[in-house]
Ligand binder design. Structure first.
Ligand SMILES: CC(=O)N[C@@H](CCC[C@H](N)C(=O)O)C(=O)O
Length: 383
């Protein structure tokens, strides 16, 4: 497919129909690589990372480079069964692009195609990043030394789609855009047995229920109410039948705060509650808390000021400033190392939030988003 033949809607629909979970994005990576490889652009270089084989980087050498601009799109999907009824619905049972990363990849390809055809002033590095939803692919890539020498951007940009905003609208803010987040993974083990003889068992379900309720007090009793925070347990698995006390319960969840030190305090409280409940219920708690993959997304003041000024003053761009959100993003880790700006791109599906099995972004946002980003980056590179 040449750049002129590029049909972004077809590409988005293909990506949407073929979602892959975090670290399993092999077909997605190959699909993106094949598209970019077919382009005849003498200033374009493709790079793969053997230690994280589903990552793809593309570098464009600028005409008169003053800096290297980074642009990142995440590529993984979620373990959700799609219920949109769209003709290009997920063909993979139980896996769905319910966070809009198909939109992110398509917009990034549109921007990349433009600069692959019209050589940019500055150097550019495009990152198609695996494992945003889980396993902090951004942090992994950073720690693998991916962003060094000519592959180190001076400034980094990324977007996230936002169904609550009109299609094509762009929004961001100075300071923190997204919360820091950390996953909770808990296995509770105890002596199972007959439901009629609970006194001869240690009931992991009662311990799990107590854990779910107790951790809610972290936000209400430990977090400064003015700051806010979230503790959500999104997965509880235990037992197969109503008259057996099982041996094991598994739980997973997420903790969120706008400040990294507050997030760490919340993790400590989860540890303390788990230790206390293990004693109270006489069961074993194996608690795994994720360490530092999803830092708060703190937008760089200077780059974000330029971004906001440009976007707000261009009559063809629908831009607004916004409040921070409790969504997490491993781009927060990257822009803690390399300054940058993250922003929302509205995809106009007010009835369905991110991670909803019925989420159906309005595809007109793709072209509008591509145009706005190309305009901003071209202006940025001319300055
Ligand atoms: C934008 C978005 O929805 N991001 C995810 C990131 C997940 C981070 C991590 N796996 C966690 O669960 O804490 C989100 O759930 O906000």
């Amino acid at each position: 497919m040449t750049i002129t033949d590029l049909n972004l809607i077809d590409i988005r629909r293909h990506l949407h129909a073929h979602p892959e979970l975090s670290l399993d994005e092999f077909e997605t990576q190959r699909y993106l690589k094949n598209i970019v490889t077919a382009w005849q652009s003498s200033w374009l270089t493709i790079r793969e990372i053997p230690a994280l084989p589903t990552a793809l980087l593309v570098r464009l050498t600028g005409k008169h480079p003053k800096r290297t601009i980074g642009y990142r799109a995440d590529i993984d999907a979620l373990p959700i069964t799609e219920e949109t009824g769209l003709p290009f619905s997920s063909e993979r049972a139980g896996v769905m692009h319910a966070c809009g990363h198909d939109i992110h990849m398509t917009v990034a390809l549109g921007v990349l195609a433009h600069f692959a055809e019209q050589q940019p002033e500055d150097n550019m590095v495009f990152l198609f990043q695996p494992a945003e939803e889980e396993h902090a692919g951004g942090k992994q890539l950073y720690e693998l030394g991916t962003f060094v020498d000519e592959w180190r951007p001076d400034e980094f940009y990324a977007l996230h789609d936002q169904p609550a905003m009109p299609a094509g609208q762009i929004a961001t803010r100075q300071g923190t855009l997204f919360a820091g987040s950390a996953e909770i993974h808990l296995t509770i083990k105890g002596q199972g047995g007959h439901a009629a003889f609970p006194h001869r068992s240690q009931d992991v379900i009662v311990a799990a229920a107590a854990f779910v309720m107790q951790v809610q007090t972290i936000v209400s009793r430990n977090v400064d109410p003015v700051h806010g925070g979230v503790v959500t347990v999104g997965m509880v698995q235990a037992g197969n039948i109503g008259n057996v006390i099982p041996n094991e319960a598994k739980l997973a969840g997420t903790i969120r705060a706008f400040d990294q030190s507050e997030l760490e305090m919340m993790q400590q409280r989860v540890r303390e509650i788990a230790q206390g409940l293990a004693t109270v219920y006489g069961v074993e708690f194996d608690l795994q808390l994720e360490q530092g993959g999803y830092w708060p997304v703190n937008n760089d003041p200077d780059i974000t000021r330029e971004f906001i000024q440009y976007m707000a003053n261009d009559d063809e761009i629908d831009f607004t400033t916004c409040e921070p959100a409790m969504t997490g993003e491993d781009f927060g880790y990257i822009i803690n190392q390399i300054p940058g700006t993250m922003f929302w791109l509205g995809v106009g599906d007010v009835d369905h939030s991110l991670h909803d099995s019925r989420l159906s972004p309005n595809e007109t946002a793709i072209e509008t988003g591509v145009k706005a980003i190309i305009k901003y980056l071209s202006w940025r590179m001319s300055a």
